[in-house]
Ligand binder design. Structure first.
Ligand SMILES: Cc1cc2nc3c(=O)[nH]c(=O)nc-3n(C[C@H](O)[C@H](O)[C@H](O)COP(=O)(O)OP(=O)(O)OC[C@H]3O[C@@H](n4cnc5c(N)ncnc54)[C@H](O)[C@@H]3O)c2cc1C
Length: 293
């Protein structure tokens, strides 16, 4: 992923050694020099209280202003200083030249795509799949236990109020030009946050007409995109509200809330898989279906 700078050039994002060189117009001959330079521009905040503190502590004022603050404002609809640290904590800062978003040693896309992957996982005699059906509480009578990836506030009829989310409107188009990276972030104040060129992802089909499909993302409120829950807006007030819903959920013995809307938490794919395997394991053990290891 790269970020588009005001002069029309792009630079790696997450911030790495090259980003520091590009933006401050300096040469850093090794990772150690990048680390020393970063230390000289960071504002040390031992206990960051919000996402803005985290930006300042990680990269300092200039980079926070250029790369993170305007982006955060349009992405979340509020200032970084109002956002929980968990949001900013997702962005790594590196002193090497690794340009990947995630640092995992093994990163891959399924050879035959995600549809085939999930179809194969669900192809089991004990699994019945029913798509395009909204959950209704009356369904609970048919099952010993329900794992619900639905908005927790909706389940409880919003008794304590509505938990806040940001949504995204996707704008698809075509271009003849290859962009500088699969994903380019727009750090300016224009409405879009990023653009993806799909043909640059591994295993992607390339069309014969020389045109590349691109998708721009425009963050918006839930009112502008009803039902499309994407990013839980974590603030101290929304966490307090979620805590109340969790207390209600603790009294339900036949329901487990999961997923980002059930847990009111932004979850990347890998933690999503790990976390739900743990939820399943705990359920099996608590119900005597598997002995503790
Ligand atoms: C724009 C965007 C980009 C992302 N990019 C990345 C990325 O690059 N890398 C990464 O690791 N993660 C990424 N993520 C996060 C990733 O998508 C999530 O980790 C993952 O989708 C979480 O899965 P989930 O089951 O919690 O929620 P979801 O995928 O939202 O699944 C919940 C499902 O429940 C259904 N549902 C909701 N309410 C009801 C109801 N009442 N009745 C029946 N069904 C219902 C929904 O339709 C949905 O299908 C991205 C997320 C977004 C929004």
């Amino acid at each position: 992923m790269r970020a588009l700078l005001p002069d029309g050039t792009t630079t790696p994002l997450p911030v790495n050694r090259t980003t520091l060189e590009d933006i401050f117009n300096i040469h850093l001959d090794e990772d150690e020099s990048a680390s020393r330079f970063l230390d000289s521009i960071r504002r040390r905040i031992p206990k960051p209280a919000n996402a803005d503190d985290l930006f300042l502590n990680g990269v300092g004022e200039t980079l926070a202003d250029l790369l993170f603050r305007p982006y955060t404002r349009k992405m979340w609809g509020i200032e970084a200083s109002e956002l929980d640290v968990a949001i900013g904590a997702r962005l790594p800062v590196r002193c090497n030249r690794d340009e990947r978003y995630f640092a995992d040693s093994f990163q891959a896309l399924p050879k035959y795509g995600y549809n085939r992957l999930f179809e194969s996982m669900l192809d089991h005699p004990n699994i019945k799949l029913r798509l395009n059906h909204s959950f209704e509480k009356s369904m609970q009578h048919h099952y010993k236990h329900c794992f619900l990836c639905i908005p927790i506030d909706r389940y409880f009829d919003y008794v304590y109020g509505v938990l806040p989310y940001r949504s995204i409107r996707f704008h698809h188009g075509q271009t003849i030009h290859n962009q500088a990276a699969t994903v380019i972030n727009f750090t300016d104040t224009a409405p879009y946050t990023r653009v993806t060129q799909w043909s640059l992802l591994p295993n992607s089909a390339i069309s014969g007409n020389g045109l590349h499909t691109i998708t721009k993302e425009e963050p918006c409120s839930m009112e502008d995109n009803p039902g499309e829950y994407y990013y839980p807006v974590q603030t101290s007030e929304s966490q307090r509200l979620y805590g109340l819903y969790r207390q209600l959920a603790a009294n339900l013995l036949d329901v487990s809330f999961c997923g980002r809307t059930g847990l009111f938490r932004y979850i990347d794919m890998i933690p999503a898989v790990t976390m739900h395997l743990e939820i399943a394991e705990r359920f099996l053990q608590q119900n005597g279906l598997r002995s503790a290891t």
